[in-house]
Design a protein around this ligand. Structure first.
Ligand SMILES: [Zn+2]
Length: 336
């Protein structure tokens, strides 16, 4: 365990020394990246991102995940052709398949069975994002919530059947999610898993870690007004050490505060709640080019976390890498 009570001059450290990082949660397949995905992929690499995970949320976009993964593989291949001295300049993209609770009304049983089939055939890296979300009143309606629970359980069953980790999306339903997970045979201590973009309180943070999940930390950690989040992450670390955390951009959402346009900051607005949670068919059209989050912003999340915990980034980065590998049940070697 790393103790976080020592003091340092982290707040004055300018960005950044670059560390190898894993972006555990992206929507980099979104159409908002269609015009500049190649340079963005390269920039992500230049900022240290070595692996990124493309996360599923609606069945009709599953093919887009694979197209994006192939497009990134293609970048590697065309790079190799021009170079005798082989050197990667792009991160490796991985896929999670899942039906997101926010879009529950759009999911059908046919989607669930075709997903089960795809998991069987393709063996994705993980199942996700799945979970419970009662952000709006409509989603609290008993029949809507019951459908969320049914799809959540069915996808946990798929994860158990294939021994895959899950990516949880839980919003305003932490107690219900914890109860459901405790009753289910999914064991995060064995299969891994991430509570992505964790948004609960201190007790809930600790409860998810106790179940074996890592907490996904986004650019929201850079917002000093996000007091509940910062307290929850700190409480989890005080109890369980920095071993309980992983990083994610959740791009194009959750833009770190220093990467947002000055206008939005001064008016107190933020685009950090715009996408995968809130506007089902909006496809991030409201996310303008300047405020769109990108995988290359991940070092800002590392910096924000480093400042919050008062742990140097060079200590944090390798531990976060190891945490991500544990949560995703992989053994990617740490680049040296
Ligand atoms: Zn997401």
């Amino acid at each position: 365990m790393i103790h976080t009570d020592s003091h340092s001059a982290l707040n004055h450290t300018p960005l950044p020394a670059i560390y190898p990082l894993i972006d555990t949660h992206t929507h980099f397949d979104a159409s908002v990246f269609d015009n500049d995905r190649q340079p963005q992929t390269q920039q992500a690499y230049e900022q240290g991102v070595r692996h990124l995970v493309l996360i599923g949320y609606l069945q009709r976009y599953f093919s887009r995940l694979y197209e994006t993964q192939q497009a990134i593989e293609q970048m590697h291949l065309s790079e190799d052709k021009d170079k005798t001295d082989r050197r990667d300049v792009y991160p490796v993209a991985h896929i999670a398949l899942g039906l997101h609770p926010f879009y529950i009304e759009q999911h059908t049983d046919a989607h669930l069975s075709s997903m089960a089939q795809m998991v069987q055939e393709q063996r994705p890296l993980a199942i996700g994002e799945i979970g419970l979300d009662t952000y709006t009143d409509a989603m609290k309606q008993p029949e809507v919530f019951a459908k969320q629970e049914r799809f959540f359980k069915a996808q946990l069953d798929i994860a158990v059947r294939h021994k895959l980790p899950v990516m949880l999306h839980i919003r305003k339903a932490h107690a219900e999610a914890l109860a459901l997970l405790k009753a289910h045979s999914y064991d995060a201590h064995k299969l891994g898993g991430i509570a992505h973009s964790f948004s609960g309180g201190e007790q809930e943070a600790k409860a998810f870690v106790k179940l074996g999940f890592k907490l996904g930390v986004t650019g929201q950690i850079t917002n000093h007004n996000a007091k509940k989040l910062r307290r929850a992450i700190k409480a989890a670390v005080d109890n369980y050490g920095i071993e309980c955390l992983v990083l994610e951009t959740d791009c194009p959402d959750m833009t770190p505060i220093m990467c947002q346009e000055a206008d939005n900051i001064s008016t107190g607005q933020s685009n950090s709640q715009s996408a995968a949670g809130q506007s089902p068919d909006n496809e991030w059209q409201g996310t303008d080019g300047h405020n769109r989050n990108v995988p290359a912003n991940l070092p800002w999340v590392l910096k924000g976390l480093s400042e919050l915990l008062d742990v140097e980034p060079e200590v944090l980065a390798p531990q976060l890498w190891q945490n991500s590998c544990e949560a995703l049940q992989t053994s990617w070697p740490y680049p040296t």
